[in-house]
Design a protein. Sequence first.
Length: 83
Amino acid sequence: MGVLDREYLGMGADVQQFEHALEAFFGRPVVCVVNGTAALHLAVQCCGIGPGDEVLVPSLTYVASFQAISATGAKAVACDIDA
Protein backbone atom coordinates (compact mmCIF):
# COMPACT_ATOMS: atom_id res chain seq x y z
CA MET A 1 0.00 0.00 0.00
CA GLY A 2 1.41 3.41 -0.99
CA VAL A 3 1.25 6.82 0.64
CA LEU A 4 -1.61 7.97 -1.60
CA ASP A 5 -3.63 4.87 -0.71
CA ARG A 6 -3.31 5.69 3.01
CA GLU A 7 -4.54 9.26 2.43
CA TYR A 8 -2.09 10.81 4.91
CA LEU A 9 -0.15 13.16 2.70
CA GLY A 10 0.89 15.66 5.38
CA MET A 11 0.90 13.80 8.67
CA GLY A 12 1.33 10.07 8.64
CA ALA A 13 3.69 7.25 9.45
CA ASP A 14 5.51 7.78 6.14
CA VAL A 15 6.25 11.39 7.06
CA GLN A 16 7.54 10.33 10.47
CA GLN A 17 9.81 7.73 8.85
CA PHE A 18 11.09 10.35 6.43
CA GLU A 19 11.75 12.80 9.28
CA HIS A 20 13.69 10.14 11.20
CA ALA A 21 15.76 9.31 8.11
CA LEU A 22 16.55 13.00 7.60
CA GLU A 23 17.46 13.39 11.29
CA ALA A 24 19.86 10.46 11.01
CA PHE A 25 21.41 11.89 7.84
CA PHE A 26 21.78 15.49 9.06
CA GLY A 27 22.41 14.68 12.72
CA ARG A 28 19.91 17.25 13.97
CA PRO A 29 16.15 17.58 14.56
CA VAL A 30 13.99 17.83 11.44
CA VAL A 31 10.38 18.88 10.88
CA CYS A 32 8.56 18.31 7.62
CA VAL A 33 5.76 20.65 6.60
CA VAL A 34 3.00 20.28 4.07
CA ASN A 35 4.04 23.03 1.61
CA GLY A 36 6.50 25.79 0.82
CA THR A 37 4.38 28.53 2.35
CA ALA A 38 4.39 26.69 5.69
CA ALA A 39 8.17 26.27 5.40
CA LEU A 40 8.63 29.99 4.75
CA HIS A 41 6.36 30.82 7.69
CA LEU A 42 8.44 28.66 10.04
CA ALA A 43 11.67 30.13 8.68
CA VAL A 44 10.45 33.68 9.33
CA GLN A 45 9.35 32.75 12.85
CA CYS A 46 12.69 31.04 13.56
CA CYS A 47 14.42 34.29 12.65
CA GLY A 48 12.48 35.98 15.44
CA ILE A 49 10.50 38.16 13.06
CA GLY A 50 7.06 39.21 14.23
CA PRO A 51 4.68 42.09 14.95
CA GLY A 52 6.23 45.50 14.37
CA ASP A 53 8.97 44.18 12.10
CA GLU A 54 9.35 45.01 8.43
CA VAL A 55 10.86 42.54 5.97
CA LEU A 56 12.14 43.58 2.57
CA VAL A 57 10.86 41.29 -0.18
CA PRO A 58 11.86 41.42 -3.85
CA SER A 59 9.01 42.84 -5.87
CA LEU A 60 9.31 39.91 -8.28
CA THR A 61 8.48 36.96 -6.05
CA TYR A 62 5.74 34.46 -5.30
CA VAL A 63 2.83 35.60 -3.14
CA ALA A 64 3.77 33.03 -0.47
CA SER A 65 6.67 35.27 0.54
CA PHE A 66 4.22 37.99 1.53
CA GLN A 67 1.79 35.52 3.13
CA ALA A 68 4.45 33.89 5.31
CA ILE A 69 5.71 37.24 6.57
CA SER A 70 2.26 38.69 7.27
CA ALA A 71 1.22 35.47 9.06
CA THR A 72 3.81 36.29 11.73
CA GLY A 73 2.38 39.77 12.20
CA ALA A 74 5.29 41.45 10.43
CA LYS A 75 4.93 43.74 7.42
CA ALA A 76 6.28 42.65 4.03
CA VAL A 77 7.73 45.59 2.08
CA ALA A 78 8.16 45.09 -1.67
CA CYS A 79 11.40 46.56 -2.96
CA ASP A 80 13.55 46.62 -6.05
CA ILE A 81 17.05 47.74 -6.88
CA ASP A 82 17.91 51.04 -8.55
CA ALA A 83 19.56 50.17 -11.84
